[in-house]
Design a protein around this ligand. Structure first.
Ligand code: CP
Length: 326
């Protein structure tokens, strides 16, 4: 078991080794058990987390804030528009100053080409650890919660289980690419065979694909890319279809909307779910565009684990905060 976490940032999925992620999961399961039993676990008494948001959130804000309180500390919600950042406070100043006030700085900044760079600049200047609440490239806490959920549903031996990470049509807005990228980076380390499905314009960043394929080679797992959602779903154990923008292909908003509208049939419905194994689980980080991205029947049906997934955000985040901020 690797236990050397104190003071460390968690920005990319691969910042923690596989053994370190196993430690995080062990702690998360213990914290989940303690919460179920009503056992106090104030590992972060008197510690304060800054939560700096440049983008909206339901689950991330709620779970980090509740998690800090349950660990005996406090979380300060800071909406970037209410700060002096637009009037000149630099990333370096946020790191230097907030690093002195707070015991951890959690940031959500999803702007394409900006967010990850911002987090790393804050981290370089901060004496407190920086935690990634989602950037333009990664969503590492979501993927830890997903992994915890998969282990709960499918057991610890995930070798030869087929996980589909698929693009899905959505009309609400161009969603970040960070969830599929973090999934293909982290999941091969835990034995899952990945099938990545998307129309050609929705490819992931080439450097992320290289890293993901390297992880798959290292851990002896499958990694295939297809452009057919039905083919991907066949005999799957886990399906994780969600929308993202064609950001690698084009940054033009109107062109993106035209491209997205070509693929309205990329929906997860009952017919498509029937292609997967009968006990396949349906996963989604939420929010979902209901009856556009996924039917109500699937997302509320017996194969859906979306609420357990959302709950597990709380437990994995508490584990990482307790390990890095204590
Ligand atoms: N899954 C997720 O990150 O949800 P929020 O955007 O609501 O935080």
């Amino acid at each position: 078991m690797q236990t050397n976490f104190r003071g460390r940032d968690f920005i990319s999925d691969l910042d923690f080794s596989k053994e370190e992620v196993e430690t995080v999961l062990d702690v998360a399961f213990d914290l989940k058990r303690k919460r179920a039993l009503g056992e106090p676990h104030p590992y972060l008494r008197d510690k304060v987390l800054a939560m700096l948001f440049f983008f909206t959130s339901t689950r991330t804000r709620g779970s980090f804030e509740a998690g800090m309180a349950q660990l005996g500390g406090h979380a300060a919600f800071i909406e970037s528009k209410t700060t002096q950042i637009s009037h000149g406070d630099t990333a370096q100043e946020i790191g230097e100053i907030y690093g002195r006030y707070f015991d951890g700085i959690a940031i959500r900044h999803c702007d394409w080409g900006v967010g990850n760079k911002y987090l790393n600049e804050v981290a370089a200047a901060s004496r407190a650890p920086v935690l990634n609440m989602q950037c333009d490239i990664y969503h590492p806490f979501q993927i830890l919660a997903d992994l915890m959920t998969i282990i709960e549903k499918k057991g610890r031996d995930l070798r030869r289980k087929k996980m589909v990470v698929s693009w899905a049509y959505a009309s609400s807005y161009q969603k970040p690419i960070s969830v599929p990228q973090s999934l293909v980076l982290q999941m091969p380390r835990f034995g899952l065979d990945i099938v990545l499905a998307h129309p050609p314009e929705f490819r992931l960043m080439p450097e992320i694909m290289d890293q993901a394929q390297e992880q798959a080679r290292k851990y002896g797992t499958g990694f295939d890319v297809v452009d057919d959602m039905d083919e991907a779903f066949k005999d799957a154990d886990i399906v994780y279809p969600k929308s993202w923008g064609p950001l690698v292909y084009t940054e033009d908003v109107e062109e993106s909307a035209r491209i997205i509208n070509k693929y309205k049939d990329w929906i997860t419905d009952e017919r498509r779910m029937s292609l997967a194994k009968p006990d396949a689980i349906y996963m989604h980080p939420l929010p979902a565009d209901r009856n556009i991205e996924v039917t109500d029947g699937v997302i509320t049906g017996p194969n859906s684990v979306v609420y357990d997934e959302a709950e597990n955000r709380l437990h994995v985040q508490k584990a990482v905060m307790a390990l890095t901020m204590s």
